[in-house]
Design a protein around this ligand. Structure first.
Ligand code: HEM
Length: 140
């Protein structure tokens, strides 16, 4: 009988854990605010020194871009934030961003997630959200 109760308790707690995981937003799975903040900081560090695209950020207010990207990642991954910046077409209009430059940006984004120890599986989920924005951001 004792064994039966023990097995029941274990089984129920496994179910409860699985259910809790299923209900976690991608934002929570990433580690929430500290991780998103670290990814964004690392991403911007990389963009600003990347010879292939840094020229595009010469006039950019780093602090402002940081806050906006944090909010956008947070909102898009189901976190409790509201992105209040420009929409993606407006934000990038006039920059003539090429597909190849978009790819460089994505590479830096991946490296930033790697540095933040985001598991590959979650990196892919994040990229699946941002990749479709390519047509709004680029001009080709
Ligand atoms: C999915 C990919 C991208 C996302 C999610 C994204 C997101 C953003 C956001 C949220 C802003 C701030 C908008 C505002 O000021 O209200 C911004 C600005 C900017 N983005 Fe992107 N971006 C992406 C791709 C790119 C790429 C590929 C480049 C260049 C290679 C780029 C260059 C810039 C620059 C230079 C600004 C700053 C404009 C300024 O100085 O005000 N972005 N981006």
């Amino acid at each position: 009988m004792k064994n039966l109760i023990f097995t029941l308790v274990i089984t129920l707690s496994v179910f409860a854990t699985t259910k809790a995981q299923a209900e976690e937003s991608l934002y929570q799975q990433l580690g929430g605010e500290p991780t998103v903040d670290a990814i964004t900081k690392n991403l911007i560090d990389r963009l600003l020194v990347n010879p292939k695209i840094s020229f595009l950020f010469e006039e950019t207010d780093r602090e402002d871009l940081h806050l906006k990207i944090v909010d956008q990642i947070c909102m898009e991954t189901g976190g409790p934030c509201e992105y209040e910046g420009l929409d993606m077409v407006e934000a990038h209009s006039g920059m003539d961003i090429k597909y190849s430059e978009f790819d460089v940006f994505v590479e830096d984004f991946i490296l930033a997630m790697e540095d933040a120890k985001v598991p590959f599986r979650l990196q892919n989920k994040v990229l699946a959200i941002f990749a479709p924005m390519r047509e709004d951001v680029t001009y080709e």
